[in-house]
Ligand binder design. Structure first.
Ligand SMILES: [Zn+2]
Length: 219
């Protein structure tokens, strides 16, 4: 294995976090392990992007789009901000048949999804990015920012990788509960869990979907 052009370019780039010649691990120079890790992460990121594309999202086309103009006005009024909001670019808005995603955020918030029919606003947190949130919204994962009302029914359909499935479940469920109550039932699927707060498991559920660790259903 040798260093590839895209990785060399990344290390050489003088970006704002790492100066020129520094790998994203924070150390100077090129590292094969890091190249491989970044490559795997990029592939997983492409997978998440493809899920969002499959949901019908693409960059908004602003020309002759009266729904966009009126929705933008309503959301900005609601959020009490204006079009000069720092970092906001209209061309970064995403649109699907039923929603717009406005990438206007601040500490603790990475943007807002607006439902076209009702102008309902779903504000995203910042623990994960916009694409993960969009996917989660379409899985009916409860995204309530305050947390206490985040409840879903979560069904484990088929476990392919016991060790990694256990790790993923522990990212949003109590470890002891997972060990004592769920792992012993892995051979008796489906396993249905009520009133689960999935928010902090979204990223790991996506990784699991990408790696094929286990199959699940959310309602
Ligand atoms: Zn490195």
């Amino acid at each position: 294995m040798s260093f590839e052009k895209w990785y060399i370019n990344e290390v050489d780039a003088d970006d704002e976090f790492f100066g020129a010649g520094v790998c994203s691990c924070g150390k100077k120079g090129y590292h094969l392990d890091c190249q491989n890790r970044i490559f795997q992460a990029k592939k997983e990121w492409d997978f998440i992007s493809s899920l969002v594309n499959e949901l019908g999202y693409s960059k908004v086309v602003i020309e002759n789009n009266s729904a966009f103009g009126s929705t933008e006005k309503i959301i900005f009024d609601k959020l009490d901000i204006n079009g000069d909001f720092e970092g906001y670019e209209r061309s970064d808005v995403l649109e699907s048949t039923s929603t717009f995603f406005f990438p206007v955020g601040w500490i603790g918030c990475c943007g807002h999804l607006v439902i076209k029919d009702s102008f309902e606003v779903v504000s995203f947190g910042s623990y994960i990015g916009e694409k993960e949130h969009i996917w989660a919204y379409h899985q009916s994962i409860s995204l309530e920012t305050l947390g206490k009302d985040r409840k879903n029914t979560f069904t484990i359909l088929k476990v392919q990788d016991v060790e990694n499935t256990t790790k993923v479940l522990k990212s949003f469920l109590d470890s002891r509960y997972v060990n004592n109550e769920i792992v012993p039932k892995f051979n008796r699927q489906p396993i249905t869990l009520e009133d689960v707060d999935l928010y902090f498991g979204i990223r790991n559920l996506l990784t699991s979907k990408y790696k094929g660790w286990f199959e699940f259903e959310i309602s």
